[in-house]
Ligand binder design. Sequence first.
Ligand code: FAD
Length: 689
Amino acid sequence: LGLDNLDFAVLCALSLAVAAYFYKDKFAELFASDESISVVSSSGSRDIVHVLKENNKNYLVLYGSQTGTAEDYAKKFAKELTAKFSLNVMCADVENYEFDHLNELPSDVIVSFFVSTYGEGDFPDGAVPFEDYLNTLEDGDLSNVKYTLFGLGNSTYEFFNGAAKKAHKKLSNAGANLVGIYGEADDGAGTTDEDYLSWKDALLEELKTVLSLDEHEQRFEPSFTYKVLDSGVTDTVSLGEPTAQYMPTAKLSYNNEGKQLGPFDGTNPYVAPIVKSHELFTSKDRNCIHAEFDLSGSNMKYSTGDHLAVWPSNSDEKVKQFLSCFNLDPETVFDLKPLDSTVKCPFPLPTTIGAAVRHYLEITGPVSRQIFSSLVQFAPNDDIKESLAKIAQDKDLFAKDITSRYFNLADALLYLSNGSKWDSVPWNFIVESVPHLQPRYYSISSSSLSEKQTVHITAIVENNANPSSEKAEPVTGVTTNLLRNIQLAQNKKAVAASNLPVHYDLDGPRGLFKNYKLPVHVRRSAFRLPSNPATPVIMVGPGTGVAPFRGFVRDRVKFVEQQPNVTLGKHLLFYGSRNQDDFLYASEWPDYSKKLGGAFEMIVAHSRLPDQPKVYVQDRLIEREKEVYELIAEKGAFIYVCGDAKGMAQGVHAALVKILSNGKGITTDEAAEIIKMFKANGKYQEDVW
Ligand code: FAD
């Protein structure tokens, strides 16, 4: 078959047209990408050294973050270097860059790493390519690099700060030179902020010498040009849409059936309808919400054991308080433009101040002492300036006056100013200094085998009396109170809803969340049932820790329905609750037992029965010592632990160490080594928080 040039050109054009027709949704998706994810460099390079030089930066801060904490500290650190020493800092996510030429960093540029640890000593999802890069390094590869390193972890996990430790080892083995000391934050001890501040203060002293820096009073140096727009709210102004894909102008982001286009992930959530929700507790003083999200049509898949990330927004009450504290006009429309290509717009822009406060800023939650030092320059008067500077320097005073009172930022500032407004604080300072609202994760409590398109979550509502007598309102969690508001509205319980401590705009921006929808994405986890159904399984999940095990058990029920001739291994579920009032899914378990026959057994511990001793799941494990030992040591059982990382997971670990040590006649250290090995090969899995 002979084709001349014209035939070939016509064929190519035809193929493109056909491809464009069949893949039009995909093309649309590409072109409708979120504007907030800006191009990495004006030249299009992803090479970190190239981009740094191209933008005349003289300090590099890099972070690998899973839930936003490492990112938040990296940004604070970068801002302080600029505000105190006028350094021209590039602050970036390792996810976005390549590091092959890292050793070519200019000799006077230091790189500061902030690395979070996730799961079993793992790097955050986005930092895995960076870890791969570190693994390729050989002795001397980074001999020109000077670095600092701060790890963010939780000592209740076995591999505390595992990722940061790994990074430290790889960097120093490659010849990179550590400046200052390697720092670690321990969320398990609740000291992340203070750990960071003491590491940072010592490091800044060191940097002053190493880089011959002159320190001046903190001056806010914006990373964006900030502009107020007089245009009012038009279709191009975000009202809190999760990404630019949801803007009215992003016409291409819907397919022919009117469904939003994916792929949906951590940068682009799916606005999923909550098709059902109900209260799981029968007691009046505590709440736990079961919510079912419908993913059909989204192309989003999940597997039993994954996590659902829910993107929250702030309550009316907290938004009002924050706006009032800084005397902000919620209607003001503003835009931000990055001053150089290394800076990313933090959310869809332009937007209104009201939308940013409600949808994009973390305005509740504990206050970081560091923000106080940077606010000194904007204090309403000299007296307040003095007391703010004092408390910013005094760790104990800060703990006593601010942290122990459970103040959020607005509470704390209004307390310090005796109610005076902080109207000299520039709005762009607030946007650049207050952390951005992060999605919250929930262990999925449904089974992908049984409910392919519907994801269930089980969320305990964070609504605690404030232990400090000076603040009457309870301390509320953002997402769980939003879920509770939705549950009451969906089930037409208006009176109960009106009595809630906080209320939300359930319709969302331009009605996007109307009829009980919320933005979500699925996060893959390694928490999986063994592929061989005959392998025994020991599950330990008190409280909402039972969530993924409800999914596991539903999975096995469906499996047995589909393959009745397959024999299941023993499945033991150790569950704990205070009493019958908070017994989660109490009516479902007997049915699962019936369907799974002797293969499933639930062993319950209650910690608050009247006139009864407190019994925890770890006590029940010890009571069943012989059987648990046989399942693990002789039948190769997989062990799963889910729920509270602090007390419970450690208690369960200790109980299992004891069981193995007694059973095998070995020391507890030897038994702990065996469990470590189980963790490494996936036979002991934890999903704890
Ligand atoms: P947030 O707003 O994040 O507040 C967190 C806590 O801080 C609350 O207790 C709140 O009362 C308190 N707080 C608020 N303001 C202040 C202040 N100024 N000072 C001091 N404290 C304050 N949870 C579940 O219920 N079920 C699950 O299945 C589940 N699975 C999880 C799986 C993973 C992998 C992870 C990481 C977490 C999981 N969680 C689960 C926890 C969940 O992600 C949330 O952390 C939890 O629901 C609280 O979210 P929130 O937005 O309501 O509270």
